[in-house]
Every structure is written in C-alpha cells, then in structure tokens.
Design a binder for this molecule. Structure first.
Ligand code: 5AD
Ligand code: SF4
Length: 441
C-alpha cells in the first residue's frame, strides 16, 4: 500500500529548503507527497520562531490535528525546525499536544530518517534536540519543490546576535560549506535544468570568514558560479549591510548571470536604534551602500526588512526610518512589528511598546512603501527586464512571466511562440489596475 507525507513549512527560505531535504528523506523511505491531511501517513511541521505570531499560528495548526489523529491513530506527527530548538518548547508542545510522536531540532534535521524508521518499528515517542551541529548536512537527497529555482545553502547559523533576534540561539554559530561542494551542487542543479540558483545564508557576505584561508570569499563564490556553463540566473540572500563589500557589488554589476536583485535589511533608519539593535553600521554607511549599488548597478531591485516598535523607539526615531524609506524608494519593504523573544538581549530592555503603537507604525510604513512601489511601476514603462515564462493562456494569447526579482508580468499579443521556463528580455508597455504588461524584445 502506498504511504504519503505532508510537510507544513513555516518561516523563511532556509526552512522551505530544509523541507525539501525532509521530503528527500521521506521519498527515499518510499513515501509520496500529498496535500491531503486525510491521506497522509506522516505529517511534519517544519516550524519558525522568529516572531510570536508565527509560533501562535503553528500551535493552532498542530492543535487542529487532534480530531484527525483520533480517527487515524497510526498517523505519525513530527515537529521540527526553529521552534523545536527553543529551550522548553518541546516540553510545551508535548504537554499541549500529547499526540505528537517525534520532535527534533535544527541541528539534527538529517537524523529524521532514522527517527522515522525507529518510530515505525517500536512506536515510542522520540524527542531529540542537539545543542549544536555535529556535521554540515552534506550528501542529503534533496527533493526540490520549487519549479525553476534551486535553493543552495552556502552557510548555516549566524554570528551577529542582533539584540532582537532568536536565530543565533536556534541555528548556532556560522558554519560555511566547502567552496567545491557548493560549486558542485550548483553545477548539478543547472544540469538538471533549474533556471534560478538562489544561495542561502543568514549573512551571505560573511561566507568563508570561518574558513579563513584568504581566498574563500563570497565575491569569489559568486564569480565562479556565474562562470558555470548553462542558461541560468544567480540570486542570493540575505546580505548584512556591515559585510557587503564594494567587491561584491562589482561582481554583481559585471556578471550577466547574476540577477540585479539585492535584499539589504536596514531594520531601522535611526542610529541610536541601530546601535541598540547591535547592527554595527550607521544610517550614513547604509545610504552610502545604496548610492554605490545604484551607481554601479542602475535599475537594481533593492528590498529591505524593517522592525518597528523596537524597545525605546520614539516617534521621532521611527520617523527617521519612515523618511529613509521615502528617500531610498525601495522596490520591496518587509516591515515587522517588534516581537519580544525570550533570551535575547532586547527582551530585557526598557520601553516595550503596546501593540497599537506598533501596528500604527507598521501600517504607516507599509502604505508609504505601497505608494512608492506603485509610482515606480508607473515610471517603469519603457524599462527592459530579464523575464522567465511561467504559463500561457491560448484563448487570450497571453504569456505570464516573472522578472528576476519575482514581479509578475503579462505579455500580451505576442506574435511569436515563447517557451515555458525560458528567459527573454521584455519591455514594459503598460501599468494598469496594479498589473504590469510588457512586450518581448
Ligand atoms: N521581531 C520582529 N521582527 C524580527 N525579525 C527578526 N527578529 C524579529 C523580532 N524579534 C525580522 C528582521 C529580519 C526578518 C527575517 O525578521 O527584520 O530581517
Ligand atoms: Fe538575526 Fe541579525 Fe543574524 Fe539576521 S544577522 S539572522 S537578524 S542575528
């Protein structure tokens, strides 16, 4: 009889990719994917703990399985990922949801296959959390789920300890993967036909700092990957402004295969708050970087992350962030309300804000950035983009495409046949009802 798995993924791209590794393990044990909870023999929650909202949502979703598990006692429920790695969470999960069968953390993700085999044999509750990674997770059969994008880790963990952030506590110190292993994985993904290679690290710019041989740097990695044969585009995330060098910007500018897309979280536009966040750059340094990027890479798509309502943030300090967004005119803004994470430095700082203040600030930022993006879209008529074709509607003769940054674009009245999953250059012709239209060049 066929066996099925369902993985519910929460959080960032790192987690999305780790779910592909979990899927690879399940497939190697003979499981098949399903979206149907009723059909699943194993349900895995790959969790996130970056903000309290994420955790509450996950608790609600696990709780919703209670009835199903009663009807199907053989269903295996596993919880893993960042939330499982937080101190005392496994006990809380087990107490709230006694039907959970397997809990494991971020450092022993690769052991999931062993845990599952063991549980299927003796059906005894497993809870294993490691304090640190014992190895880098090489040689995992990844089952890639994104149509044309291959996520590829270049490093794990983070050394930065931004005072609000729980990531260094649940993912450990930064470990860089070997240069040659990354190149090999990129080569394989390109040979398999993936059109986008997206390199993943909490701070891609510090890649190689722990290898310390003077030549393992992010700039060299980008250059070597972009020199590989094949028709692909290279992307990466996330960049920390304190470590983004001019050399890296030059490589992005000069290599055609590197997408002109940079996600550069600023978090706050106020120097006192940046210092209190332990970000280790100033507003001025950040703005210099933006200037450098825009000079060397005209039309570069730049997005950012912002936290509003950090402990002690005054209205004036918030306005520094607001005005910076107004000046930089980002192509994408991810704004979050500060969420207190137990055990972080900021959790015990004075001046925590109420939810109303944080909501008001986040809403003001988001509506500003929405206006700016609308304006930029309007002004993009005549601009050229590298696009990939995702779909075709024969009745309407419309192709649906995305730019390297992920913007949706409709190609209308095209008089030549375009191939799905191929790159083309398109010129924006119209912006109407919030949609961009383009013609193929
Ligand atoms: N509260 C709110 N947002 C946070 N982020 C990280 N930690 C917190 C927190 N405690 C945001 C940052 C980061 C993004 C991934 O999540 O902006 O860049
Ligand atoms: Fe968290 Fe800062 Fe590390 Fe990003 S760089 S993961 S925000 S500690």
């Amino acid at each position: 009889m066929d066996k099925y798995y369902l993985i519910k993924t929460y959080g960032c791209q790192m987690n999305i990719h780790e779910s592909e590794k979990l899927a690879g393990m399940l497939i190697s044990l003979g499981f098949k994917p399903t979206d149907d909870e009723e059909k699943a023999n194993v349900i895995v929650f790959n969790t996130c703990c970056i903000r309290d909202g994420a955790e509450q949502k996950i608790y609600a979703h696990i709780g919703a399985l209670k009835g199903l598990k009663k009807r199907k006692p053989n269903l295996i429920v596993a919880i893993c990922g960042c939330m499982a790695q937080v101190k005392s969470r496994p006990e809380t999960i087990k107490k709230k949801f006694p039907f959970v069968n397997i809990i494991f953390g971020t450092h022993n993700l690769n052991e999931f296959k062993e845990y599952l085999i063991r549980f299927e044999k003796d059906r005894k509750y497993i809870c294993e959390i490691w304090d640190e990674a014992k190895y880098l997770d090489e040689h995992v059969d990844t089952y890639r789920t994104s149509k044309n994008n291959a996520w590829i880790n270049i490093s794990y963990g983070c050394n930065n300890f931004c005072t609000y952030c729980i990531v260094p506590y649940v993912r450990g110190r930064e470990r860089s993967r070997a240069f040659e292993d990354i190149i090999l994985e990129c080569k394989n993904a390109i040979d398999e036909g993936y059109k986008y290679i997206t390199l993943l690290g909490q701070n891609v710019n510090s890649y190689g700092n722990d290898i310390n041989d003077g030549k393992t740097t992010f700039a060299r990695l980008l250059r070597e990957i972009s020199h590989l044969d094949g028709d692909f585009r290279l992307k990466f995330m996330t960049s920390h402004p304190k470590d983004l060098t001019e050399e890296v910007i030059d490589v992005i500018a000069s290599e055609d295969k590197i997408a002109k897309v940079i996600h550069l979280p600023i978090q706050s536009g106020n120097n006192r708050i940046l210092n209190s966040m332990n970000r280790r750059y100033t507003r001025e340094h950040y703005l210099d970087l933006i200037k450098l990027i825009r000079t060397k890479i005209p039309n570069c798509y730049i997005s950012t992350d912002i936290i509003v309502g950090f402990p002690g943030e005054t209205e004036e300090e918030f306005l520094d962030t607001y005005n910076l967004i107004n000046d930089v005119r980002y192509d994408g803004v991810f704004a979050f309300m500060y969420s207190k994470r137990e055990g972080t430095v900021a959790a015990s700082m004075p001046g925590h804000h109420d939810i109303a203040t944080k909501r008001d600030r986040v809403n003001r930022l988001l509506s500003l950035s929405k206006e700016i993006i609308k304006e930029k879209n309007k002004n993009s008529i005549g601009d050229d983009y590298n696009i990939i074709i995702n779909d075709y509607n024969a009745t309407k003769n419309e192709y649906y495409a995305t730019t390297d940054s992920g913007k949706s674009i409709t190609i209308v009245n095209c008089n030549k046949t375009l191939n799905i999953n191929n790159f083309y250059t398109a010129e924006i012709t119209e912006y109407k009802n919030g949609k961009l239209y383009a013609k193929i060049k």
